[in-house]
Design a protein around this ligand. Structure first.
Ligand SMILES: Cc1cc2nc3c(=O)[nH]c(=O)nc-3n(C[C@H](O)[C@H](O)[C@H](O)COP(=O)(O)OP(=O)(O)OC[C@H]3O[C@@H](n4cnc5c(N)ncnc54)[C@H](O)[C@@H]3O)c2cc1C
Length: 469
């Protein structure tokens, strides 16, 4: 955890005016609730801004942005706190959004409208009631709007329907001038295009409406093998990928699991290869599809079954508790036998790898296609992405840095310049040149032009930043 001093406190008079304008709490480092409000999913980076505005309504966001503009402060937002991009300290303002978790389903139009505090686990029971499903990600505790602004790739619907961002219909956005804008493909086409893919660079999204799909049930879950069988099972998994139907999504992860009581006893403290499968089709079809995998090696655990869509989190079983995490990600332009051999060598039984999870997700299908209303998602066409993370206590972070860097360096042989925005670590794309490479020159220039129009002073710069042109 960082122990640096928080940002410079803002003047008392300024703060009382802000408190008068905001319905939710306004916190500074002296307040008892400040530390909890600043703590997210990754305990290694707990941001310490000068002021935290705990928004309860759009007007609070407007008041916070206007206050920041008057004081020349950069602004960042946080909902469920799953992406650590915020600085440890400095004179900046954080708007927290978790007190605005509204979810409204319009079953007839097959749309959902959410407030900026909604997480997928707020949405799933509501859509499930109507036999509908959103293009959510692997972890139901993740925030809906942050996920969607970063593109949003999921373990079940994405290869069939594309990025979550591709299904957004409209947004309400507070921009750097304090204006509340209704952003639609017709009303504000540039801003609509830029927000969906480039995350928090252009303003605070205070409402989002998106399309959902008629999916009630799916076949899926996980197969856990002994880590010692990694190389062999990977070979079988690779052949499954040949000609994979868009209705099937799969990924693998070599994991060194902690001995946590919420894990099934067989997985506590275990070294495993976790193969994840999600299939949008009848169970019999799914069973047939996974038969070669089940036969590949002795199984420690098999949770593949037909399930209601609300159980989509059972595919990855991502960690739900906050932890000290160091991470890296590489978008892969191909996954050859050589890539898998390097993966098995760096993570396998004789590697001494200390990382808790090293995963490869197969993308493709609809994720490769441009949606009817284009957006700025840069990763379209990347067939695979790999993500690695080391967890543990505060003192373990240093031990993870070397292996993470070595893994990223080796994977770079098959790497693409582009990557999945949602998986970028705080260290990734710090420099303008890196962000430009991530988006590609043409897309970056277009983003920078939108930025000049809506945020010329670069108020929203505490992220993977696109500078105003
Ligand atoms: C365990 C785990 C599993 C994950 N699985 C997936 C996955 O399957 N697919 C995938 O695509 N991603 C995945 N992610 C990444 C996740 O989607 C992003 O980190 C997402 O931004 C998290 O949103 P949040 O609200 O939880 O996080 P926060 O840290 O609160 O927000 C992250 C960033 O999103 C932006 N943001 C959030 N809300 C708003 C808003 N209202 N207006 C403007 N900007 C906003 C800001 O830039 C903010 O810094 C996963 C992350 C974790 C930790």
């Amino acid at each position: 955890m960082n122990h640096t001093a928080p940002g410079r406190p803002t003047s008392a008079a300024g703060l009382s005016a802000l408190r008068a304008a905001v319905a939710g709490p306004v916190l500074t480092p002296e307040d008892a609730a400040y530390a909890t409000e600043c703590t997210g999913h990754n305990l290694l980076h707990v941001p310490r801004p000068s002021v935290v505005v705990c928004a309860t309504r759009t007007e609070d966001v407007v008041a916070a942005v206007r206050f920041a503009a008057r004081h020349g402060m950069p602004v960042a937002v946080r909902n469920a706190g799953h992406q650590t991009v915020l600085p440890d300290t400095g004179d900046w303002l954080l708007i927290t959004l978790r007190r605005m978790p509204d979810v409204v389903v319009d079953a007839e139009r097959r749309t959902v409208t959410v407030g900026p505090g909604a997480r997928w686990d707020h949405v799933l029971p509501e859509t499930g009631r109507h036999g509908l499903a959103p293009a959510c990600g692997s972890a139901p505790g993740v925030g809906v709007i942050g996920y969607t602004l970063g593109g949003g790739i999921g373990p079940l619907l994405s290869r069939r329907y594309g990025y979550a961002a591709d299904h957004v219909r409209r947004m309400e956005v507070v921009t750097a001038d304090g204006a509340v804008r209704e952003v639609t493909p017709d009303g504000e086409p540039g801003l609509f295009w830029a927000l969906l893919g480039c995350k928090g660079n252009f303003g605070v999204v205070t409402r989002m409406e998106f399309g959902v799909f008629p999916v009630r049930r799916f076949f899926g879950g996980g197969l856990w093998f002994r880590g010692e069988d990694t190389a062999h099972v990977l070979g079988v998994w690779r052949s499954l990928l040949e000609g994979l139907d868009e209705r099937t999504t799969t990924s693998v992860a070599v994991q060194r699991l902690p001995p946590l009581p919420h894990l099934p006893p067989v997985l506590r403290g275990a070294f495993v290869l976790h193969v994840r499968v999600g299939h949008l089709g009848p169970a019999a079809e799914g069973e047939h599809l996974v038969a070669p995998l089940r036969a590949a090696a002795p199984l420690l655990l098999d949770t593949l079954a037909e399930r209601p869509h609300e159980e989509v989190g059972a595919i990855h079983v991502d960690p739900v508790r906050a932890a000290y995490v160091t991470e890296t990600t590489v978008g892969l332009r191909e996954l050859t036998a050589g890539t898998l051999a390097a993966y098995a060598e760096l993570t396998g039984p004789d590697s001494g790898c200390p990382l808790s999870t090293v995963e490869i997700r197969a993308l493709g299908g609809a994720l490769d296609r441009e949606p009817p209303v284009p957006n700025s998602v840069p990763s379209r066409g990347i067939p695979f992405v790999t993500f690695a993370a080391g967890a543990g206590g505060p003192s373990d972070a240093a031990r993870m840095t070397g292996p993470l860097a070595a893994y990223a360096r080796r994977m770079a042989a098959w790497g693409d310049d582009r990557s999945i925005m949602n998986f970028l670590s705080p260290q990734a794309a710090r420099e303008e040149a890196d962000v430009r490479r991530l988006f590609g020159g043409q897309r970056y220039d277009r983003l920078a032009a939108v930025k000049r129009r809506y945020d010329p002073g670069n108020m929203f710069r505490l992220n993977h930043n696109v500078r105003p042109a």
